[in-house]
Design a protein around this ligand. Structure first.
Ligand code: MN
Length: 308
């Protein structure tokens, strides 16, 4: 019976049955029912990378419990099938996220899932609807103030797929290491009568390339949107939340990247009037009013005081 539900699932895939055939069990982390949810017209999130240790599941659960929207776009790399194929890692909190997304669909949120390159195995289901989740290759979104935005993951615009921001940081650490190493390399070269050769210069060049890659990626995506005649584009993929204005044939083209839930913990939202905003969720948590007395007041938690 189970197989007939997903007849096209290739056998080589990791067992995603607990994701696909989601059981209506209660989540491990109960949904917060108190307090008002922040209501948006639209929410875009991407690059969650469920199935990896890097995924910031707790923050995303907090986000999902404090927000609501008419439409939710899942802009790709929600589940990291690449990693799951190598090693199955699926803590309860990751299931809790799937549970919350499907619960939203049941509550009436329109959910559009655009698989990315890490969850490309779901692309074969393009056009289908699973539990209220529409699977699309790309989508067009009309904002409340009449702008038409193209929504896609964005991996179709890079060829090397190594544009993640952490690469720049790894590059930076390597650069410093190499600056130290450079001294010794050139001392040795001098002793051997060889000309000076800059190891650090080469490393610096690589870091600069990573930064240039992001900038070039944004231009390429915006140009593609301009060529399609839309007012803007929403994408993810490079783990760098950003808003930029471009011009194509004298017409304004907006570039929006909704960031990620690995390092940035960003979501892109559209307010009721069409105004869009990139949220950095840790900042939103910090802005929150302290919990009402009696609910989570420290006096009620002697254990924590001892621990502190
Ligand atoms: Mn990606």
């Amino acid at each position: 019976m189970a197989d007939t539900a997903f007849p096209m699932l290739p056998e080589k895939l990791p067992d995603l049955s607990n994701v696909a055939r989601f059981a209506p069990a209660e989540p491990k982390v109960p949904e917060r029912t108190h307090g008002q949810r922040q209501k948006f017209r639209t929410i875009w999130i991407s690059d969650v990378h469920l199935g990896t240790k890097g995924c910031n599941a707790d923050l995303l659960i907090d986000f999902l419990d404090h927000t609501d929207s008419d439409t939710l776009y899942l802009v790709g790399d929600i589940i990291d099938g690449w990693r799951l194929k190598k090693k199955f890692y699926w803590p309860d909190s990751h299931n809790d996220i799937i549970w919350r997304i499907l619960k939203r669909a049941k509550r009436g949120t329109r959910i559009v899932y655009i698989p990315g390159n890490h969850d490309e195995m779901f692309r074969q289901f393009t056009g289908l609807n699973f539990g209220g989740v529409e699977i699309r290759r790309a989508a067009f979104h009309d904002t409340a103030d009449g702008r038409r935005l193209m929504v896609l993951h964005g991996d179709e615009f890079d060829t090397i797929m190594l544009a993640h921001r952490w690469l720049a940081f790894v590059g930076d650490a390597l650069y410093h290491l190499m600056m130290g190493l450079n001294v010794w390399v050139n001392r040795a070269r001098r002793a051997l009568d060889l000309p000076y050769w800059s190891l650090s210069k080469m490393a610096k060049h690589k870091v600069k390339n990573a930064v240039e890659f992001i900038s070039r990626y944004e231009e390429v995506v915006a140009r593609a949107a301009g060529e399609r005649g839309v007012d803007g584009v929403v994408c993810g993929h490079i783990h760098t939340a950003e808003f930029r204005n471009f011009t194509h044939d004298g017409k304004r083209v907006e570039y929006w990247n909704d960031g990620d839930w690995v390092e940035g913990c960003n979501a892109l939202v559209e307010h009721a009037d069409g105004r869009m905003e990139i949220l950095h969720w840790p900042d939103e948590i910090a802005k929150r009013d302290p919990a009402p007395a009696g609910d989570e007041s420290p006096d009620d938690r002697p254990d924590e005081r001892v621990a502190a």
